[in-house]
Design a protein around this ligand. Structure first.
Ligand code: SF4
Ligand code: SF4
Length: 475
């Protein structure tokens, strides 16, 4: 049996059997004190707490699961303990184990609560971008969460076991209470990141972000000056965004440059990567997959063809594995997981959720992990939240599945019928018949944007080329 299948089978046998699942469900049960699972994980890393009898019992179960899990993934016990000392990692493992307890071992896995929530913090923005998925404008929406409601939402996310929070928008930095709310999230031990247009980031602002505990920033750059300013609807926005990137790099914030690729900027990408690596010295580049929603619908004809996208993904991946390139190149297109898989079992890429350290640690276990992580994470590992508290499968899928003012996140995550639909890949058209369905699954936002069908085909790859051609026949 191939090593990858062996790992998957071991996890399935150890954690997916009915006895382990009910034990995991029991240890994950949350009380006002938190879950027994979290106390057990703390004990595992030596942050000794006085444990009750039930917590001690939980500790033995969790220890067994972790020892077996680390053995299966080829990680030493010491490595496991070292990683679990980080509260973010601890929360992540708790979320996965609780997810296995509740949903069983799945291909791909659904976690007990979203691993990541992208929070469109406000509708207000100081730019007018052509591809804006939020249709942001000069004013905030009238029903945005107040500061107190925003903090309440963060408490709710912490209770549910969410691991990472990303503040997006609109432009999150225009909201006056941004620092107060982001600091509150960092204090609650979330992995906090920000997606910004960069124009408001002076050195002082960058330093302040770092000081309050923001761990990662993504700044958009759509190409070189002319292309960017045209795209962003404001002269001078490129210069200010570049300045913002330089300021973040200067204060040593983990900085990523994000580019939505369309025909407007496709040809600039190789040179842009060089500029980001050698002049801006950012650590990462992420290609945002273009999704024709909201304002983006108006430029749908600028979308890449399947062939162009595949060639670009190959190019980015060649950069990622090139030891002479200091820039880590990622992409939000779920097909990037297929690219990594096809590269003769090279390092795994988890599209939206990736980082180089994780890639290194997981090297050689590509198949089991790509099928566990599963490409598109919408409604399975991740969801979006609008400025008014509406919860969505993904910020690019404008379907409301609940509201944080009215329902608990866990209730929405477990009971929404739409979520059940998006998690069943066997029923997808096109993608459902593809050998990579558990690795990639297609971008559900693109399927919905093009075919008005969450279970429709994502016309991004050569497997689904016939759907792409059909779309263009009527244009
Ligand atoms: S057909 Fe769908 S699942 Fe297969 S590679 Fe293409 S987008 Fe991904
Ligand atoms: S639908 Fe999936 S792949 Fe597409 S943007 Fe959302 S999370 Fe990413």
């Amino acid at each position: 049996m191939h090593e990858a299948d062996l790992v998957a089978n071991t996890v399935k046998t150890w954690l997916g059997n009915p006895i382990s699942r009910s034990l995991l469900r029991w240890v994950s049960k949350r009380t006002k004190k938190g879950s027994k699972l979290e106390s057990a994980l703390k004990k595992y890393v030596g942050e000794a707490e006085k444990l009750s009898f039930q917590e001690k019992l939980a500790y033995f179960i969790v220890k067994l699961a972790l020892d077996k899990g680390s053995e299966s993934f080829g990680i030493s016990k010491e490595q496991m303990i070292e990683s679990l000392k980080n509260p973010v990692v601890r929360r992540g493992i708790a979320n996965i184990l609780e997810g296995i307890g509740y949903y069983g071992v799945q291909r791909p896995q659904t976690t007990a609560a979203p691993f990541l929530i992208v929070w469109n913090f406000t509708k207000q923005c100081n730019l007018r971008c052509r591809h804006c998925y939020e249709n942001a404008g000069p004013k905030p929406a009238s029903d945005e969460l107040t500061t107190e409601e925003a903090k309440h939402a963060i408490d709710e996310f912490a209770n549910a076991g969410v691991v990472a929070l990303s503040f997006s928008g609109g432009e999150p930095l225009v909201r006056k209470d941004f620092f107060e709310v982001a600091k509150y999230a960092a204090e609650k031990e979330f992995y906090v990141s920000v997606a910004s247009n960069g124009t408001l980031i002076t050195e002082k602002v960058a330093q302040k972000m770092k000081d309050i505990g923001i761990q990662y920033i993504e700044i958009s750059l759509d190409g070189f000056e002319k292309t960017h300013d045209e795209f962003r609807g404001m002269l001078g926005s490129w210069k200010r965004a570049v300045e913002g990137i330089r300021n973040c790099v200067k204060v040593e914030l983990d900085t990523c440059v994000a580019t939505t690729v369309t025909h407007y900027n496709l040809r600039e990408i190789p040179k842009l990567l060089e500029f980001i690596e050698k002049d801006l010295h950012a650590k990462r580049f992420i290609m945002f997959n273009f999704i024709p929603v909201s304002k983006g619908k108006e430029i749908v004809d600028q979308d890449l063809t399947p062939k162009e996208r595949e060639e670009l993904l190959d190019f980015l991946y060649s950069k990622l594995i090139d030891n002479n390139c200091k820039l880590d190149a990622f992409c939000t297109a779920p097909q990037y997981a297929v690219t990594s898989y096809k590269f003769a079992f090279g390092p795994v890429v988890a599209t939206h959720f990736t980082n180089k350290a994780a890639i290194e640690m997981l090297k050689g276990r590509t198949k089991s992990l790509t099928e566990f992580i599963g490409g598109c994470g919408a409604g399975r590992l991740y969801c979006g939240m609008e400025p008014n508290g509406d919860i969505e499968l993904c910020v690019f899928i404008p379907i409301k599945i609940g509201n944080i003012r009215e329902q608990s996140l866990v209730k929405i995550w477990r009971e929404s019928p739409v979520l059940k639909q998006i998690r069943n890949r066997d029923l997808f058209k096109g993608c459902g018949e593809c050998e990579y369905k558990y690795i990639c699954g297609g971008c559900r936002a693109r399927a919905y944007a093009y075919f008005d069908d969450l279970q429709g085909p994502d016309p991004s790859c050569s497997v689904n080329e016939k759907y792409w051609e059909k779309l263009h026949l009527y244009r």
